[in-house]
Design a protein around this ligand. Structure first.
Ligand SMILES: [Zn+2]
Length: 309
C-alpha cells in the first residue's frame, strides 16, 4: 500500500471512532481535547490510556505502548501490519454493507412462512419485538445479486464473510439478528451448525440489567415487557462486556438457562461471584422448566431448555 493510501485510510478512520466502536469510553477529559481512559490492551484498573483525537494517536502509561490507529489494530487484534490494514479496510466498509444486508433480510422475513413459523415456535411472536430487534431471514440465493446491484464487489462480500468461497449466502436458511458490527444467524435446519457469526468479535452488549445468554431469551423477555434486558451471547462475558456491565453500580439479574450438565448454572455462579467482587448487587433468576402442556405455557420464560441463543 502506498504512503498516500495509508494516510487516506488513517484519515477515514479516526482513532477515537475506532476505539469507541470497540467499546472504549473516556474516563476523563484533559487539556487540548485529550482523553484518558482504561487501556483496552491489558487489564487496567485505573485510567492510563491517553488519546489525542486531533492527532489520532494513543499512548498507554501502563503498558508503554502507543501509536496510530493501525498500530492500535495490530495490538488489539494481535495481528501483523498487513492484516491490521486488511481489518481496518474491512471495518471502514462494513457498517454500510451490514445495514444493506440487514434491510434485505428483513424484507425477506414475511415472505417465508417457515421463518415466521420458526420464530413462533421459539416464542417470538409480536411485530413490535421483530421490529425492535430488526429480525430478518436469509432465504439463500438472492443476497449476492442484490448487493452486486448496489455496487458491492464480490470480493468485499467474501471478505466480510457474507458469501462463502463458492459464492453462496453464508446465512442461508437462518433467522438473522443484526448486531453492532456483526450478524447472528440461527439455523432453521437441525442438520446445519446452529449458530453463525461473521468472523471477528461478537459485539453488542445491550445497556441494561437482566442478563441473559442468548438473543432468543432476549426476544422473549423483551416481548413479555422486560425492556431492560442485556445479552451476553454465551454464558461467559468477554473483558469489554464485563467492563461495560461494571461501569456503574447496578443490580444484575442473571437469567441463565438450566443445562442438563449444569454448565450454564456453574458459569452463572462464577459470574455472580466476579460481579459481586466488583460491588454489583447480583440476583440469580431460576427459569421454570419447559412446560409441555400448552395450557401451562409461560410466555415470559424461554419455551425451550437445552438450546441457547
Ligand atoms: Zn496499556
Amino acid at each position: 500500500m502506498s504512503r498516500q493510501a495509508l494516510d487516506e485510510l488513517k484519515q477515514q478512520i479516526p482513532l477515537l471512532n475506532y476505539l469507541q466502536a470497540h467499546n472504549w469510553q473516556p474516563a476523563r477529559r484533559l487539556s487540548r481535547g485529550r482523553l484518558m481512559g482504561l487501556c483496552p490492551l491489558h487489564e487496567d484498573h485505573k485510567p492510563s490510556f491517553l488519546v489525542d483525537p486531533h492527532k489520532s494517536l494513543f499512548y498507554c502509561y501502563g503498558c508503554g505502548r502507543g501509536g496510530d490507529v493501525i498500530r492500535f489494530a495490530e495490538l488489539y487484534h494481535q495481528v501483523k501490519f498487513p492484516d491490521a490494514l486488511a481489518l481496518l479496510q474491512q471495518w471502514r466498509g462494513l457498517p454500510s454493507l451490514l445495514h444493506e444486508v440487514a434491510g434485505f433480510y428483513r424484507m425477506q422475513l414475511h415472505r417465508h412462512s417457515e421463518a415466521i413459523a420458526y420464530l413462533d415456535q421459539r416464542g417470538v411472536r409480536t411485530p413490535e419485538v421483530i421490529e425492535h430487534m430488526r429480525v430478518g431471514y436469509a432465504p439463500g440465493g438472492c443476497l449476492r445479486g442484490w448487493l452486486r446491484q448496489l455496487g458491492y464487489p464480490l470480493q468485499a462480500l467474501r471478505q466480510a464473510g457474507l458469501v462463502t468461497g463458492a459464492g453462496y449466502d453464508a446465512y442461508t436458511h437462518r433467522i438473522v439478528f443484526p448486531l453492532e458490527g456483526n450478524l447472528y444467524g440461527r439455523s432453521l435446519s437441525a442438520t446445519a451448525p446452529p449458530h453463525r457469526f461473521l468472523p471477528g468479535a461478537k459485539r453488542g452488549l445491550y445497556p441494561e440489567v437482566i442478563l441473559v445468554e442468548g438473543l432468543f431469551d432476549y426476544a422473549v423477555l423483551w416481548q413479555a415487557g422486560f425492556h431492560n434486558v442485556t445479552c451476553s451471547m454465551g454464558n461467559h462475558l468477554n473483558a469489554h462486556q464485563y467492563r461495560q456491565l461494571c461501569d456503574l453500580p447496578r443490580t444484575v439479574y442473571l437469567a441463565f438457562d438450566a443445562d442438563t450438565n449444569g454448565s450454564g448454572q456453574q458459569a452463572a455462579q462464577s459470574l455472580a461471584c466476579r460481579l459481586r467482587e466488583q460491588g454489583m448487587n447480583v440476583r440469580r433468576v431460576s427459569l421454570p422448566d419447559r412446560q409441555r402442556s400448552a395450557g401451562q405455557r409461560l410466555p415470559a420464560a424461554p419455551p425451550y431448555r437445552h438450546a441457547h441463543w
